[in-house]
Ligand binder design. Structure first.
Ligand code: NDP
Length: 294
């Protein structure tokens, strides 16, 4: 078997174009959604993410602001920045790029973001809303992107056994919560695995849909996959590769080539879940403005 490749670049582009149309309609009424990204320090990967988020915003006709603070900025300075953005009427969505420097309490900062502007969906209010199925919740962009990918690729989740490997607040837990909701892209029977799961391969082999969000390069191997399963690879890992000028390449949490021989559909890395994440962040910013205007 050779798996169908789920193309996140194309799907992400479609969603961004849909958002741009909706933004165009809103702008006709005098306003446009605004997203503020706060970047503390010089982490190169974070800087790349923030730049691409800003670019995607502008392409969708949104207002975009990046606030850069030095790596030694105090927690109080960051909280002040969040307060200022909370009060700014041109800003509908705020994201604080993680990870933050060690001297800053990330939980405290994330809780300071006005829940109505929390487009990353990490504030406990939005986490709670997601768990109880409240439609005004902001769904964390990465699992939301995975769900959209499943829906738009015609992959039926209803009644399927979905296995999520990883239980982080950013990916694994919200992914599981989305998959058990009643509605499109939901109604799955979900198993969540983590580092203490006993006999992980036995569990993953029971999956109709496997979502890997582990952070370990090529950890999921072909013998862990049921033939015909759908495999979604959230992982983004750098591995050394002397044969390329950069000296490294990106790989997912799934051993792509052998798993693609067994699965019915698979996401590549890069070009799978990553581009969906940015598209869903724009969608959430649009949602924030629409909910504020209601
Ligand atoms: P975390 O490190 O926060 O979580 C990793 C999870 O994997 C943990 O729950 C951990 O279990 C589990 N895990 C680790 N080792 C094993 C193991 N041997 N067996 C089973 N489970 C294990 O990572 P994130 O969720 O933040 O990210 C996961 C991956 O996704 C990373 O590669 C990251 O770069 C990528 N990512 C990609 C995004 C995108 O846009 N495509 C966005 C966000 C993340 P335990 O809790 O027990 O420690």
């Amino acid at each position: 078997m050779s798996a169908k490749i789920l193309d996140g670049v194309a799907l992400g582009k479609t969603i961004r174009a849909e958002v741009a149309v909706a933004v165009g309609r809103l702008s006709g009424n005098g306003g446009k959604p605004g997203l503020a990204a706060v970047l503390v320090g010089e982490d190169p990967a974070s800087a790349v993410y923030v730049r691409s988020k800003g670019k995607a915003c502008e392409e969708a006709g949104m207002h975009s602001v990046t606030v850069r603070l030095p790596a030694d900025a105090s927690e109080a300075e960051l909280l002040d920045t969040v307060d200022r953005l909370n009060a700014d009427p041109r800003i509908h969505g705020i994201l604080v790029q993680l990870p933050l420097p060690k001297h800053i309490n990330s939980e405290k900062v994330l809780r300071r973001i006005d829940p109505t502007k929390d487009v990353d969906g990490f504030h406990p209010i939005n986490v709670g809303k997601l768990v109880i199925g409240d439609k005004t919740a902001f769904r964390p962009a990465t699992p939301y992107g995975v769900q959209q990918m499943l829906i738009r690729s015609g992959i039926e989740t209803k009644g399927a056994h979905a296995v999520v490997v990883g239980r982080s607040n950013i990916v694994g837990r919200p992914m599981a919560n989305l998959l058990i909701q009643d509605g499109p892209g939901g109604n799955a029977t979900v198993t969540v695995c983590h580092s203490r799961t006993r006999d992980l391969p036995a569990v993953t082999r029971g999956a109709d849909i496997l979502v890997a969000a582990i952070g370990k390069p090529e950890f999921i191997t072909a013998d862990m996959i049921r033939p015909g399963a759908v495999v979604i690879d959230v992982g983004i890992n750098r591995v050394d590769d002397a044969s390329v000028p950069k000296g490294y390449r990106l790989v997912g949490d799934v051993a792509y080539a052998p798993v693609a021989e067994v699965a019915s559909a698979i996401t590549p890395v890069p070009g799978g879940v990553g581009p969906m994440t940015i598209a869903m962040l724009l969608q959430n910013t649009l949602q924030a403005m629409e909910q504020m205007e209601r």
